[in-house]
Ligand binder design. Sequence first.
Ligand code: HPA
Length: 246
Amino acid sequence: MTRLAIIGGSGLTRLAEFQISERRRFDTPYGTPSADLTFGTLFGQELVFLARHGDAHTLPPHRINYRANLWALHQAGASSIVAVAAVGGIRSDMAPGRLAIPEQIVDYTYGRSHTFFEDDLQHVTHIDFTRPYDPGLRERLLAAGHAANLRMVDGGVYGCTQGPRLETAAEIVRMERDGCDLVGMTGMPEATLARELETPYACCAVIANWAAGKTEREISMAEIEVFLAQGMTDLHRLLAQFLKAV
Ligand code: HPA
C-alpha cells in the first residue's frame, strides 16, 4: 500500500488526532531508524509518521541515521514525504511563527552518511538535484496553507548547518551572502536520500526564531519553544486541508 509519510522534527514527535493502528520497528541495511514507524489515519487519510529525533527527542541532527529513516519509509510504502522542520529565519519576511515551503537548499553539513549510492555499484550514479523539493508537493502544501488562511511563505533557500550548536552571527551573514533565507540542521541529507529513492519530498519549515545576529538578543530555547508551539498549531490546520484535498 502506498501512503503519505510525515517526518516530524523538533516540536513534532507526535501528531495530534493521529489515529494510530500500528507501530512497527524496521531494521534496514543501514541500521535502525530514529524511532518505530507509526501507521494510522489522520483526517481520514492513511499515513505513516516518523519522529526524526526519536520519540523522546534525544537524537541531535548530526546523529540521526537519515539513511535508515528514508529506507524504512520507502519499505513502508511511502509515496511522498512531507518533512516538518524547525528553522531560524534569515530573510526579513521569514518571521518566527510563520510556515515556509522552501524551494532550494544550500548544504553546509559534513560527515553525515549522505547517499545510498556508494557500495557495490554497477556504475557510478549522479542523481539530478536541480530542484531538491518536489514542485507538485510544494504547490499542494501551499494551496492547503492558503485554504486554511495561513500566512505561508512561498519559496526560499534552506541552508542546512551541521549543528547541534546554533550559528554565529558571522556565519549567518555569510549564509545570507550565499543566498540562504532560512537555516536549519536536518534538511540534508534527508532531501537527497528521498530523491535517490525517487520519492517526492517537500519541506514544511516552521520558523522558530530569528537567526543568530538578526536581533540584539541571544537565541533562547524558551523563545524557540513558544514559536514552535504556535507554528505546530498552524501546521495542524495546514495538514487538515492538505489531507482533505488528497
Ligand atoms: N539555526 C539552525 N537550526 C535551527 C534554528 C537556527 O537558528 N532554529 C531552529 N532550528
